[in-house]
Design a protein around this ligand. Structure first.
Ligand SMILES: Cc1ncc(C[n+]2csc(CCOP(=O)(O)OP(=O)(O)O)c2C)c(N)n1
Length: 368
């Protein structure tokens, strides 16, 4: 059931944008967010961008083996993070969400530990790089298999409803994921159960080299919500305030018992699909350059400047501070060194089984 009092309308032809490309507020309601919050959105987007740049250095210097660039996704990622009750709600992210991790509050050192697969990684190097998770922040560990996290996100939401916890399960994925069976099964089940789940598609128009026109015949990804009987919102994901406001509204809608929502956030990835991809084989330099002219950080910078909340001096200080934090965190993560081989037997079960105990002893003997 959709209430008239809700600010945003689902199934719009054009993506919902609140700030235009020149940085002007164009919404039909007043912008009443505090200055610190607005500056915080900018800081988080900048942190995400600088982290993305650092990851390129990590791969080029052979310190990590896999990166999935997220530059261009920052506004959507930061908007999603700010709309969640962090550490209370659950997040089911995907591998391109490293900027989302920063905005959620995962420490840089932990992020680098995960990228290096060393002792600074709470998961003790068990996952491939760019596949983080956080027990402390209720972030489900990323899985490489596309859309495989949609059914667990639906299951978690159904459990939240049955137990009346007041939590929401938020799940992110790319446009390619919307062609997977798990995607339909998971959202359908959540919708039928009226579970507090928000499914957010970061639509960057490519699934590696497969462009959107080969992915779906639907007009938009948001339109697919019709099939599940839930609202589908079509959002400009290069606009951090649109991403934040829509996500906030739909998360609270889900929290108050109105069931799941599908949100499509239109973004662009500036980098290749991953460190193993050559994107010039399937898209032109001109297309990428044109997308960069719509940069989410620059657009929000203009907005802040118009609000009297931005100047060059502050920007330079902020960048220098973030760069220093990132460099220090990387140094600290590197200094932690390798994960001891025996750590592979830790945390497998709450109580180790007899065969694990035997295997551990064998490995220990081998290492002696
Ligand atoms: C089930 C499955 N099929 C295929 C792959 C190979 N694969 C890895 S990433 C990817 C593209 C996913 O694109 P999208 O969901 O749009 O996210 P994006 O990477 O564009 O952000 C594919 C096909 C996989 N990991 N899992």
């Amino acid at each position: 059931m959709i209430k008239d009092s809700w600010t945003f309308k689902p199934f719009t032809d054009r993506p919902i944008a609140l700030v235009d490309e020149q940085g002007s507020w164009v919404a039909d309601f007043p912008m009443e967010l505090p200055p610190d919050f607005l500056r915080g959105l900018y800081r988080d987007m900048l942190a995400a961008r600088l982290l993305d740049e650092k990851f390129v250095i990590l791969i080029r210097t052979g310190k990590t083996s896999f990166i999935a660039p997220h530059a261009g996704h920052e506004a959507a990622q930061v908007g999603i993070a700010q709309a969640l009750q962090r550490g209370h709600d659950w997040l089911f992210p995907y591998y391109r969400d490293m900027g989302l991790m920063v905005a959620m509050g995962v420490p840089f050192k932990e992020i680098f530990g995960q990228m290096l697969g060393n002792a600074a990684d709470p998961a003790k190097g068990r996952q491939m790089p760019s596949h983080p998770g956080s027990r402390a922040l209720n972030i489900f560990t990323v899985c490489s298999a596309i859309a495989s996290h949609i059914p667990p996100a639906a299951g978690a939401a159904i459990s939240m409803k049955l137990q009346g916890t007041g939590q929401v399960s938020v799940c992110t994925f790319g446009d390619g994921a919307t062609s997977e069976g798990d995607w339909y099964a998971g959202i359908n089940f959540a919708a039928v159960q009226g579970a507090p789940a928000v499914f957010a598609c970061l639509n960057n128009r490519y699934a590696i080299s497969v462009d959107l026109s080969h992915q779906t015949a639907a007009h938009t990804i948001a339109d697919k919500a019709h099939a599940f009987g839930i609202p589908g919102y079509h959002v400009d994901g290069m606009d951090v305030l649109a991403s934040y406001f829509v996500m906030q509204e739909v998360i609270e809608r889900a929290r108050s018992g109105h069931g799941p929502v599908l949100v499509e956030l239109e973004v662009y990835r500036y980098g290749p699909h991953s460190s193993a991809d050559d994107d010039l084989r399937y898209r032109s330099k001109e297309e990428v350059e044109a997308a960069k002219r719509r940069d989410p950080i620059e657009r929000f910078r203009r907005f802040l400047e118009k609000q009297g909340l931005w100047n060059l001096e502050w920007d330079e200080m902020l960048r220098a501070d973030l760069k220093a934090q990132i460099d220090r965190a990387l140094e600290e993560a590197e200094a932690m060194g390798e994960v001891p081989a025996l750590a592979m037997f830790d945390d497998v079960f709450a109580e180790p089984t007899w065969n694990l105990i035997e295997q551990r002893a064998l490995v220990q003997e081998e290492l002696r």
